[in-house]
Design a protein around this ligand. Sequence first.
Ligand code: ZDP
Length: 281
Amino acid sequence: MGIAFTKYHGLGNDFILIDNRHQGDPCLLPEQAVQWCDRNFGIGADGVIFALPGQVGMDYTMRIFNADGSEPEMCGNGIRCLAKFLAELETAETGTARPHYQIHTLAGAIAPKLEADGQVTVDMGLPRLLAQEIPTTLAAADEKVIEQPLEVSGKQWPVTCVSMGNPHCITFVLNAAAIPLSELGPQFEHHPVFPQRTNTEFIEVVRSDYLKMRVWERGAGATLACGTGACAVLVAGVLTERCDRIATIELPGGCLKIEWSTVDQHLYMTGPAEKVFTGNA
Ligand code: ZDP
C-alpha cells in the first residue's frame, strides 16, 4: 500500500509533501525521511514536509525533516509548496480552497497566501537578531551580530546573523560565483560558535534592489534556493545599509521578491511553488 506523497519544488528547492492531517505526529521517522530524500537510493529531495492538523487555533501545522533527518524550525520555500498542496487537497475534497492559511510551525505562526498568478506570498513574521535567538556565541546573549569577524578556513569573514525561526549566517562578498561552497559551507555549518549549526549565505550586491545569493543549508548542503535565507539576507542587507527594504534575491534556481515591511516589521516573501509528480512509497 505504502504512503502517498507529492513532490513539489520552490525554485528547485525540492520537497516531498505528505498529507498527515489524520494524526498529530509525522508518519515517517527521521531515518525514513533520510532514505526518501536520497537522490540515488530514494525519491530525492532537500526535505520531507508533513501537513498536520492545526494547533492553537491555526488551520494546519507544518513539520519538516531535512535530508539528513534533522528537524528545522521553519522552511520558507517549503511553506509555499505546502500552501499549494493544501489548496489542492481542499479543492479535491470540497471544490474550493482557502485563499490564505495560518500555519503553526516551530518558528510560530506563518501565513501563506495564494496569489491569482499562481505565486505564493508568505508573511514570514519578524526577524530575530539577538545572539541567544540565533543561537550563536559570537556576541553576548542580548547583543546583535552585525558585520562581526568569523574565522573560517584561515580567513576572517564579516558575518551578520539573523534568525527567521531557523539560524542564518550571512556574509557579503564581491563575487558569489567564485565562492567554493562545498568546501566552506560545512565549516560554517559546523562552526563551534553555532550550537544548533547554521545555514550560510554568500551574497553579492548587484544593486540596492537586486542581490545574488548562494546558500549552504544546514542539514541539506548546497540547494538551489532558500526562502528563510532570502529573508534573512534582506534583513542583513538593510542593517548594513547595502540594500533597500524591498529587493529581488536571485538564487541558483530563480528569483524571490522579499520585503521588510515598515508597517509591521514582518518579512514578506513572494515566489513560485510547483507540483512535480505524485507517487506511493
Ligand atoms: O534551517 C534549516 O535547517 C534549513 N535546511 C531548513 C530549510 C530552509 C529552506 N531552504 C527554506 O526555504 O527556508 C527550505
